[in-house]
Design a protein. Structure first.
Length: 392
């Protein structure tokens, strides 16, 4: 059986961060599973290759089955994705392919649309479930035990500006101990927090090294820093001389953990600060002093920090920016939180802050999820705020 797996170029990707192009890791895992079961696979990363959903390219595609994701693994936690731009692509594929499987946490939105008979929505979108549907038999295998099929894509097309060099995504765990209301973790990761077997990640490290990868972005929602698994992992990764980054809850970090990360080659720690204020909607908040101590400790061990901030409609804008400066993460990124929702491209205009962010994103679309040095982010927002008020 010939199976083509597609990561689309959606509008939100065009508006998304210009400083990152990530592999569709879930599709690479699925490709490995399919090959293991006798299929021939092709992975088309339209996002990396710049092929739009409306391109006539899709009408000439031939395969026994197509798997089309609405969002690759790195974007699965985002709750708001407009999947309507996929429709021209879906209709073209349905004319040339007998089965089109639609996966991803946002695929259910397509159930409200009259799709061709050739289309089937798979939920939950786990890789074994997709494989079971394609092969028509029940298969039980944890995706974390599979080495992704990195050979299926051109690795030179992927990058992350904060970690220069040949780049790859990777994951060593799935799940998260937090319960943020804006995250789709229940959809994307069935089951409890679990870890990749050591022999699997060692094979993956060796494969990436053979492909001359220099930098790794661990896409785990909550990197397992407070476990014995972590102690073994950092000793292992240190042998490969990678530069790498992680995402982790600030409450799990300590100076001792930061020292271990630094010694093992970690160059950047990404922290979901969300807000420097007490906020019932964002319960992960630490005290301002705790954040400052954490950033100081990271600086001591020469580990850069990226703070992800969410501006709430309950907060005052200039004090919010002042707190960002006081916390002092190396880099910062801001998203608006309005009426209990996070918008990829915010359109709500009932609050000045939301209108400001909307104006900013309309003037500079690349600012959505834009990452820059904290001082620069604050400078841009302060000046735009002043200019915005003058034109009202």
């Amino acid at each position: 059986m010939r199976v083509t797996l597609i990561n689309p170029k959606l509008d939100y990707r065009r508006l998304g961060s210009p400083n990152r192009v990530f592999q569709p890791l879930d599709l690479l895992i699925l490709s490995s599973l399919l090959v293991e079961h006798g299929c021939k696979t092709q992975v088309i990363d339209a996002n990396a290759q710049g092929i739009s959903c409306s391109s006539g390219y899709w009408s000439s595609l031939t395969a026994d089955a197509v798997v089309l994701t609405t969002a690759s693994l790195d974007r699965w936690q985002c709750p708001v994705v407009d999947v309507r731009p996929l429709l021209p692509m879906i209709y073209q594929l349905a004319h040339t392919v007998s089965r089109v499987y639609l996966i991803g946490p946002h695929a259910k939105q397509l159930a409200k649309i009259d799709l061709p008979d050739e289309c089937e929505i798979i939920a939950p979108p786990s890789e074994p479930e997709v494989l079971s549907r394609i092969m028509s038999r029940k298969l039980r295998k944890d995706p974390l035990s599979i080495v992704p099929d990195y050979a299926a894509v051109d690795m030179s097309k992927y990058s992350f500006a904060l970690l220069p060099g040949k780049f790859s995504l990777m994951e060593v765990s799935r799940g998260c101990g937090a319960s943020c209301f804006f995250c789709n973790k229940r959809v994307m990761y069935a089951g409890n927090h679990r870890y990749k077997p050591r022999d699997t990640y060692l094979k993956e490290f060796a494969q990436l090294q053979r492909r001359r990868v220099q930098t790794i972005y661990f896409i785990d929602l909550d990197f397992p820093v407070s476990t014995t698994y972590f102690d073994v992992l950092v000793k292992d990764i240190a042998d490969y001389n990678f530069s790498w980054t992680i995402q982790v809850r600030a409450s799990l970090l300590t100076e001792a953990i930061l020292e271990k990360l630094s010694r093992a080659g970690c160059k950047l720690v990404q922290i979901g600060i969300e807000t420097p204020y007490k906020n019932a909607k964002l319960p992960k908040t630490l005290s301002l002093r705790s954040y400052c101590s954490l950033i100081d400790a990271a600086r001591k061990y020469e580990v850069e920090t990226l703070g992800f901030y969410i501006y709430s409609d309950e907060e005052k804008f200039f004090p919010f920016l002042d707190h960002m400066l006081r916390i002092g993460s190396t880099y910062a990124s801001i998203l608006p939180l309005v009426n209990y929702h996070i918008f990829e491209a915010p359109t709500t205009r009932n609050l000045i802050a939301a209108r400001l962010l909307t104006l900013l994103y309309s003037l500079r679309p690349s600012f959505i999820y834009y990452i820059a040095r904290t001082k620069d982010v604050v400078f841009w927002f302060r000046n735009l705020w002043r200019n915005f008020l003058q034109i009202q």
